[in-house]
Design a protein around this ligand. Structure first.
Ligand SMILES: NC(=O)c1ccc[n+]([C@@H]2O[C@H](COP(=O)([O-])OP(=O)(O)OC[C@H]3O[C@@H](n4cnc5c(N)ncnc54)[C@H](O)[C@@H]3O)[C@@H](O)[C@H]2O)c1
Length: 255
């Protein structure tokens, strides 16, 4: 079934590269206008150009999702002439700090690195939902997708404790918010990607990614479009009876 988002207005965080850019482009290709949020100005600009080529309205927002001032910044976007109320949100911006391509062990992780990861990977998701939910509730319309990770569900050989803990918390956050907003006609779901070929995945090096590919029953690493198409489905009316769920998009990894 075709995924139509015609007439919808979406906000995608971490849209300056990788999975976030692919999601923003897929939503635009499905008919949505898109606000693209990222810290990286150059990456944002590339996404803007790509979406303009698809003929959709695109509004760039350069901001740190881990800082609660993002709530006010998003509310300002909703007042942008020609854009208006956001009815689709994808919380995707995330970080996974490494040293020389390797994770730090729990006992080696500095507290400020722990706080930074929790700020971006967890608190940011809460801030963004806090920004858009009052409007969605008022209009009785909206859908949200939170990007977690397979590291939320099983021991990770590549990601640190802050990453795994924050991604696990996103699964619980999704379930809780989904229950709270379902009576208002709003759905909230989560995607746990397996290894997806992006800048984040490249950091651990080719040998580690090959090891992960071999442990993936489908026999390949994922690509950003695998996640983008799933996000588009979950945001669309095709998924109108699905809420509070976490879907692994991981080529069978961890079966
Ligand atoms: N690539 C994978 O294998 C994989 C696997 C599981 C989950 N994920 C998750 O998917 C999401 C996207 O990952 P990716 O692989 O595309 O990573 P990426 O590093 O390619 O892209 C992340 C984007 O988020 C932006 N960003 C980072 N911190 C930000 C902040 N504080 N505020 C605003 N923007 C910020 C970056 O500038 C970048 O454009 C992340 O949440 C990641 O944890 C990725």
């Amino acid at each position: 079934m075709e995924c139509s988002l015609a007439g919808r207005r979406a906000l995608v965080t971490g849209a300056g590269s990788g999975i976030g850019r692919a999601i923003a482009m897929e939503l635009a290709a499905s008919g949505a206008d898109v606000c693209v949020l990222d810290l990286d100005e150059a990456g944002l600009q590339e996404t803007v150009v790509a979406i303009e080529k698809l003929g959709r309205l695109v509004v760039p927002l350069r901001h740190d999702t881990g800082c609660d001032s993002v709530i006010g910044a998003v509310r300002k976007v909703e007042l942008t002439p020609g854009f208006g109320n956001i009815d689709l949100l994808v919380n995707n911006a995330g970080i996974s700090p490494k040293v020389g391509g390797r994770k730090r062990m729990c006992w080696e992780t500095p507290p400020d690195e722990w706080r930074k990861v929790v700020d971006v990977n967890l608190n940011g998701y809460f801030y963004l939902m806090s920004a858009v939910l009052p409007g969605m509730i008022e209009r009785r319309k909206g859908a949200i997708v939170n990007i977690s990770s397979m590291a939320a569900h099983r021991f990770s050989i590549v990601a640190g404790v802050h990453y795994c803990a924050s991604k696990s918390a996103v699964v619980g956050l999704t379930r809780q918010v989904a229950g709270e907003v379902a009576p208002y006609g709003i759905r909230v779901n989560c995607i746990s990607p397996g290894r997806i070929e992006t800048g984040m995945a490249a950091e651990v090096g080719a040998a580690m990614n090959e090891e992960i590919r071999q442990a993936t029953p489908i026999g390949r690493l994922g690509i950003p479009d695998d996640i983008a198409q799933t996000a588009c489905f979950l945001l669309s009316e095709n998924a109108g009876f699905i809420t509070g769920q976490t879907l692994a998009v991981a080529g069978g990894r961890g079966l």
